[in-house]
Design a protein around this ligand. Structure first.
Ligand SMILES: Cc1cc2nc3c(=O)[nH]c(=O)nc-3n(C[C@H](O)[C@H](O)[C@H](O)COP(=O)(O)OP(=O)(O)OC[C@H]3O[C@@H](n4cnc5c(N)ncnc54)[C@H](O)[C@@H]3O)c2cc1C
Length: 603
């Protein structure tokens, strides 16, 4: 088996695949090592066969699983597992908050372990960040306003600007949007005003919105907010760069599930598959888990991994790109440092006082509001999710008026409960581990009560959500925990909490979401609407795993230089979500992809 490449890329998701695409097309030899399996779409399998995703969902019934790791706060409790996340007893993520609650085992912080990574399961909301998202330190230095819940402006203590601004990333946003295949509209986006979209923009035409979303649009407009069709990574027209034909994507198959048909623009169907099919020198090795990196001086000289049979293997690359998603990438660095404390460990400043490795771990501040539209039931499967969005809460007037350091995007959702089983599973859950929490043990949801509950709730609920910047804190971090995974390697320990100012951001934006529903849904009163956020529930991470190895202008403040190279090494780069110094006022994946295209130009 070949063991020498120009580029070895670890992880095939948003941060890894764009580099593989660019470098293979640049006539370099590229190897992608991916821990998860390759799940084929229906048309890639023989005629009449189900896609691997569909097969996997159908055959994934098993006995209930129980956490059996000693010393954990939730040992003995059942857990939810999906088909492409690890078994928690084999490979736990361990979570504690800053108040000392925990440690507990959690599935939070795993995106998807499969070729394509998180882009296989994601909702596809593909927002660009706003100009201020790249410069939150200087933006706040310039305005000097009092921050809510934060009289000493403590929230700004650890904020740094990105090493470049929106204008630098604009052409890479355009490249990502074109190559990936996104539908939506740019008119009404705050980014369209200055340094805006190319004309005509690259978006495909959105599908007709779900009638239920019109209430959300009306609410946004009645609040005085400009709206746009949410950019979604799903093709609605034939897509030339990935050679895909448009079809009829249904929401149940796109949002939060693996898409069996390949309409969702994940990195397998958009970037890796076309590059392999066109004959470039790109080799993909699925079911290959990288265990550690070996260095000599400033060079990574070998990548060690286990193949699908568990056999230890090694490969070499002139340049090594780590893109395992933030928590697992930090863990891989720390495990490599433990392997060679004096070499790799010293070079990456593992366990050195003041080291930034694993620090400023971020997710998003998120939440929203929800209402049942009385006397209506909509077929939520007739359209894509997230029809309308607004950037009103990313604007300076809004931030000044509300005493906030940063804002975010708001969009509506329709598909969370497009299947009764999803409604039951997610009702009352406070994190990914407590699915079914509001259902099991609820006596009023049995017998006739179940029918009544389904009648009132299924297909009637409309939600409006926000996604906003979380305050970066040195204390929020990834460490190694003594608990071993199935290969005997230490697990990732996520230690995290919210800043009080996060509470102000989330409370304010949840209030705006409530107002949108109040002003958009005829007859709705505040009593009908439930609103809230994840403030106080530190373990929830919105599936957005960011920070931990932020980039910056100097080694004093960051782990990576502006080209995403690890300070201390010449040929080691990190391009998954861990490079972000702030989490941005919108879902992060388009920005991770755009940045990876930028890095590909530099290395
Ligand atoms: C249900 C869900 C909904 C989401 N919705 C949205 C959305 O609407 N919009 C949005 O912007 N984002 C969304 N996200 C988040 C999005 O998926 C992530 O932001 C994005 O995928 C992160 O990119 P990444 O490169 O950091 O990691 P990933 O894309 O997750 O890629 C990491 C890859 O590395 C592999 N890997 C890990 N460890 C190893 C190892 N040791 N060896 C080899 N390979 C390894 C993993 O298997 C994985 O394939 C969603 C996520 C989920 C799960």
């Amino acid at each position: 088996m070949r063991d020498q490449f120009d580029y070895v890329i670890i992880g095939s998701g948003a941060g890894g695949a764009p580099i593989a695409y660019e470098k293979a097309r640049d006539k370099k030899s590229v190897l992608v090592l991916e821990k998860g399996p390759l799940l084929l779409t229906q048309d890639e399998r023989h005629e009449g066969s189900l896609s691997d995703f569909k097969r996997d969902e159908m055959f994934n019934a098993g006995t209930e699983r129980i956490i059996n790791i000693p010393g954990m706060a939730n040992s003995g409790q059942p857990f939810f597992t999906s088909h492409i996340e690890p078994d928690l007893n084999d490979e736990p993520h361990i979570f504690s908050d800053l108040a000392g609650n925990g440690p507990r085992v959690t599935i939070e912080g795993y995106t998807a372990q499969v070729v394509g990574g998180g882009t296989q399961l994601y909702g596809g909301v593909s927002l660009r960040f706003s100009e201020n998202d790249f410069r939150l330190k200087s933006f706040n230095d310039d305005r000097q306003i009092a921050l809510k819940n934060d009289p000493d402006r403590d929230a700004l203590r650890h904020v740094i600007d990105w090493p470049f601004g929106y204008a630098k990333l604009k052409k890479y946003y355009e490249k990502a949007e074109y190559l990936i295949g996104i539908n939506g509209t740019s008119e009404g986006q705050v980014k369209a005003k200055k340094n805006g979209f190319s004309d005509p923009d690259q978006y495909q035409k959105p599908r007709n919105p779900n009638p239920i979303s019109e209430f959300a649009r009306k609410g946004m407009e009645n609040c005085g907010f400009a709206t746009y069709r949410t950019p979604l990574a799903v093709i609605t027209e034939d897509h030339l760069p990935s050679n895909r034909k448009a079809g009829d994507p249904h929401v149940g198959y796109v949002n939060r599930y693996g898409d069996p048909l390949g309409y969702k623009s994940n990195t397998w169907v958009t970037l890796l598959r076309p590059t392999i099919r066109e004959g470039f020198d790109l080799e993909l090795r699925p079911n290959s888990t990288v265990t550690y990196l070996e260095s000599r001086g400033r060079e990574i000289v070998a990548v060690h991994y286990r193949d699908e049979s568990g056999r230890a293997r090694r490969v070499t690359g002139k340049k090594i790109i780590v893109a395992c998603s933030a928590i697992e990438s930090v863990r891989l660095m720390m495990l490599s440092a433990e392997h060679d404390r004096l070499g790799f460990g010293k070079a990456i400043r593992f366990e050195e006082d003041g080291s930034h490795l694993g620090r400023y771990f971020l997710t998003h501040a998120f939440g929203g509001a929800e209402v049942a539209i009385k006397n209506y039931r909509f077929d939520k499967s007739i359209s894509l999710d997230s029809d309308f969005a607004t950037d009103a809460c990313a604007q300076q007037e809004f931030l000044d008026a509300n005493g906030l350091w940063a804002g975010g995007a708001i969009y509506n959702n329709t598909s969370d409960q497009c299947l009764p089983i999803t409604l039951a599973r997610t009702d009352g859950s406070t994190d990914l581990d407590t699915f079914w929490a509001g259902f099991s043990g609820a006596m009023e949801k049995r017998g006739d009560g179940l029918i009544r509950w389904l009648n009132e709730d299924f297909g009637t609920r409309l939600s409006v959500s926000f996604m906003a910047n979380q305050v970066p804190r040195y204390e929020n971090r990834i460490e190694l925990h003594a608990t071993p995974d199935k290969w005997g390697r230490r697990s990732a320990h996520v230690i995290k909490d919210w800043h009080p100012h996060d509470g102000a951001v989330m409370g304010t934006l949840a209030g705006v979401c409530e107002d949108i529903l109040l002003k958009g849904v005829p007859g709705a009163t505040r009593n009908d609407i439930s609103e809230g956020s994840v403030y106080g529930n530190a373990v929830r991470v919105a599936n957005h795993i960011l920070g931990g190895m932020r980039f910056g202008e100097s080694e004093d403040v960051s782990v990576l230089d502006p080209s995403c190279r690890v300070w201390g090494f010449d040929n080691l780069f990190v391009t998954d979500g861990s490079f972000m110094p702030t989490s941005g006022g919108g879902n992060p994946t388009l920005t991770i992809q755009a940045n990876a295209f930028r890095v590909a130009d530099l290395i």
